[in-house]
Structure formats: structure tokens, C-alpha cells
Design a protein around this ligand. Structure first.
Ligand SMILES: [Zn+2]
Length: 345
């Protein structure tokens, strides 16, 4: 990948294998299982993706390093190129009398000719100073030196930053819950309204309240069942100020959380409760197990206590202490005996 441009067919074939590996399952049912667009999956986590390498952009970044190397007059590739394409081996960058004149040793396509003409026009607009040494700087990192990483990040992310990045990826919940919450933040879970878009013909109503369609914007917050869950966790909070969207539950948390401990715990409690709310209809549908808001809260609190206690980092210890002080142990015991069949791994 450092020397040759990958063909679109090769990239497509490799991406197909990687997509199937990521979303998994029976090869017969791959179709429709890619929950998030591949181009979004390939973005950095800071930009809202999963940081899976984008083959095309990575290939371009690696090849671009050679351009930077040609600008270093001491590098071998620079000496070779200037000895072939520059008549007196002067550096066109520092000598205004010398212009680039590409010597083509093979036939090229009309598209390549247009690209070269466009490039030369672009270069000719720059007139180097005869009294100063020119230098080339790369403005996209702190050292002003080209790096493959900085160029790849520029190509791949375009400078976008996801507001949920810290909340999702720095929470001490297990990776499977982080991935779940990442898909939830993109509104791409297999909710019934999303399944309908893919041709599923079942009943789309919410399994908890039967009063609305099961959709992201309903299931986790406005649903009467979920509202009852949040009321148990924050009985003193003013839930009328509670946002109705998942992203707002993170960005506007100061409006409905009363103190610092609550705000600190929210980064574990919120994903845990969403995870338990999402998992529980399976028990209702497949095991016919009665689910109550109290059972959701007590199970989510057990997860919170376990996951924060299982991590050795200082931040996780602080979160665990805050969870104990907040009384999650009491809530976890409130419905002891009823287990949702979840494992803690
Ligand atoms: Zn509902």
C-alpha cells in the first residue's frame, strides 16, 4: 500500500470481508445487517466512527508521503527524481527561473493530461522569493511535518468531532455496551420502525406501552415505561425538563441532574439503563418474563456497580464510590431474586 495504488476492485473485495466480519452472522443473512454506513464506521472515534481503517484513504495517505520525501533534497528519491526530470538538478522550489516541465516517457490518458495541466497551472501561481530559502510546511500537526496519520485523519474525518465521543468511549462499561450505545446514538438499532423499513411485516407497536411505534425517539425516553424507570432513578429531579432525545440526555444533563455525583454517574448509569431497557423486551417476548421498571433499575444498578468496581482506574474507583453513596446498592437489592438472564462479561 506504500508503493502502489490499490484498485477499486481490491478495496471493494477487502471491505466486503471486513464488513461481514464486523456485523457477523450467517453469510446467508448478511444483507441488511450492516447497521451503520461503512464510511461512518471507518471514521475516527472522535468523528463518530469505530476507527476501522478506510483502505482508500489510507492508501492515498501512504502514497502521499512520497511527495513529501521528494521535497527533501537530501533524500534518495528526491535525488533520483530531480536527476531525471530537472536539467541542471536545481530545485524548482527555491529557483524562480526553473519551472517544472514534466518529461513523459509513456503515453498517458486525457484525464492524466488534464490533471498535470491543472497541477502546473496551480504551481505557476506561486512565485518563490529569489532572496529567501523556501520551506514547505505541513499545517495539520504541531511539528509542521507531514505524517501519514495527520493526512489520513484529514482525509477521513474532515475535521468533524462527535459531541458524544467522550461519553461513549471513556465510560467504564464493557465494549459491547459501548458499541450498543454507539449504534443507539446513530439511531440504527434494530427497532421495529427500522425493521419495517427493511421489509419486516410484524406489529410495530412498542412492547412496553402498546401506544406508539417502537422507535429510538420513543423507546428509551418518552415511553411511559421508560419514564417510570427514569423517575425511580431520579425521584427528586424535575423530569418535565428531561429531554426527549438520547443525544440531549447527554448534552443537556445539567438541566435535570441535581449534583456532581449524579452527573459523574450519568456516563455509566445512562448507557446501563438503555442497555437494560433494550435487552428486556427479549425476555418479555421470548421468555414471557414479567418486566417492571423496578426490575430494570435494579438490574442496571447491579451492572453499574459491577462494571465500575471491576475497573482499576482511578476514575472508575471514583465512579464506584459515587454509585455506592448514591444508594445504587439499595436499589440493586430492591428486586433481588429476579434476574434478567444477562451475563456480566
Ligand atoms: Zn412505549
Amino acid at each position: 500500500m506504500s508503493f502502489f495504488k490499490l484498485s477499486c476492485l481490491v478495496i471493494k473485495a477487502i471491505d466486503q470481508i471486513r464488513r461481514n466480519f464486523l456485523w457477523g452472522g450467517n453469510p446467508q443473512y448478511y444483507r441488511g445487517k450492516n447497521l451503520v454506513k461503512w464510511e461512518n464506521v471507518c471514521k475516527d472515534k472522535r468523528a463518530g466512527g469505530l476507527e476501522i481503517i478506510d483502505m482508500h484513504n489510507f492508501n492515498q495517505s501512504l502514497l502521499s508521503k512520497w511527495i513529501w520525501k521528494t521535497l527533501d533534497r537530501e533524500s534518495l528519491i528526491s535525488k533520483v527524481i530531480f536527476s531525471i526530470y530537472s536539467s541542471n538538478d536545481s530545485n524548482p522550489i527555491s529557483n524562480p527561473q526553473e519551472r517544472w516541465k514534466p518529461i513523459l516517457r509513456r503515453g498517458i490518458s486525457e484525464e492524466d493530461k488534464r490533471d498535470i495541466t491543472h497541477l502546473l497551472l496551480h504551481i505557476d501561481q506561486v512565485m518563490p522569493s529569489p532572496i529567501m530559502h523556501d520551506s514547505v510546511q505541513w499545517p495539520f500537526n504541531s511539528t509542521n511535518t507531514f505524517t501519514v496519520k495527520s493526512f489520513y485523519s484529514l482525509l477521513n474525518n474532515g475535521g468533524t468531532v462527535s459531541p458524544l465521543h467522550n461519553f461513549i468511549w471513556y465510560s467504564p462499561v464493557p465494549l459491547k455496551v459501548k458499541i450498543f450505545f454507539w449504534i443507539l446514538s446513530k439511531k440504527k438499532l434494530q427497532t421495529k420502525d427500522n425493521l419495517h423499513k427493511k421489509g419486516w411485516g410484524g406489529d410495530p407497536s412498542c412492547p412496553f406501552c402498546n401506544q406508539d411505534i417502537e422507535a429510538h425517539d420513543h423507546l428509551f425516553i418518552p415511553c411511559s415505561f421508560s419514564s417510570a424507570v427514569w423517575s425511580i432513578i431520579f425521584p427528586s429531579s424535575n423530569l418535565s425538563h428531561c429531554p426527549k432525545e438520547v443525544s440531549s440526555m447527554i448534552s443537556d444533563k445539567d438541566k435535570f441532574l441535581d449534583n456532581l455525583n449524579q452527573r459523574m454517574l450519568w456516563r455509566v448509569l445512562f448507557p446501563c439503563h438503555c442497555w437494560c431497557i433494550w435487552s428486556s423486551p427479549n425476555n418479555l417476548i421470548f421468555n414471557n418474563t414479567l418486566i417492571t421498571p423496578l426490575s430494570i433499575v435494579s438490574n442496571a444498578d447491579r451492572f453499574t456497580l459491577f462494571w465500575t468496581g471491576a475497573y482499576s482506574s482511578r476514575k472508575a474507583h471514583c465512579l464506584h464510590r459515587a454509585a455506592v453513596e448514591f444508594g445504587l446498592q439499595d436499589m440493586a437489592k430492591a428486586n433481588e431474586g429476579e434476574v434478567l438472564g444477562e451475563n456480566f462479561a
